[in-house]
Write a protein that binds this ligand. Sequence first.
Ligand SMILES: O=C(O)CCC(=O)C(=O)O
Length: 264
Amino acid sequence: MPKALSRSQVDGFEADGYCFPIEVLAPEETLRYRHELEAVESRSLGLRTDLHLIKRWAWDLIHDPRIVDPVEDVLGADILCWSLNWFIKEPREEKFVSYHQDATYWGLEPHDVVTAWLALSDAGLDTGPMKFIAGSHKWRVHSHIDTREKQNMLTRGQVIDVELNESPAVSAPLAAGEMSLHHVRLVHGSEPNITDDRRIGMVIRYMAPHVRQTKVEDTAVLVRGEDTHGHFELLPAPEQDMGEAELARHADALARMQRALFSD
Ligand SMILES: O=C(O)CCC(=O)C(=O)O
């Protein structure tokens, strides 16, 4: 019996590799978290990744049962959080995301890894919501071409080296406060935001504890259940927002992630 999703949503995730929309936050909570993020942005550009290691509100959000219960329905009862990131498209910005599989460069295996993409602003059709190729999580991991294109939001501008014309994409618009889940091998991308508001996606990567990092000694957070595998160094909750020890752990976690993403 699933905890939060319906049986047909769980079956849909297994068949298609994604599930949306899932209601998570009430409007006032969505606004509060948006303000928290924007307060961080106004003070320290570049500190958005893995905010849960240095900000208690972000730690609480990655543990929120309204997010973690649906994740448990597709991943199982023991859950680690590998990272927290943001895909933010500014109003009328040309930035886009090319079609790719997340599994390509992360080094995480096996692929029991799921992204919760939480909208902290409206992510309707004009904002360039994610587009999914249904069922592509059952494909192998394909090679990608690094385009390094300026407007591409991916680290290398990578695009999957596969002809996708025969596989229609499904747009995944979300209202503010809703989220989608997608599998780490699912092919997905997105178009530019042509609205006058920011499109803010909070992107939380969850995985089962038997997953290994094949590239570096990596860190994670135990979100639920237990980790009997010990493949990741488990990091504690921030006791103090932006404290010295917290910032040091954060810098170390980011450095490891950079090494994982850029080592081939
Ligand atoms: O937000 C987007 O447009 C893309 C997000 C993405 O690629 C991801 O979460 O893996």
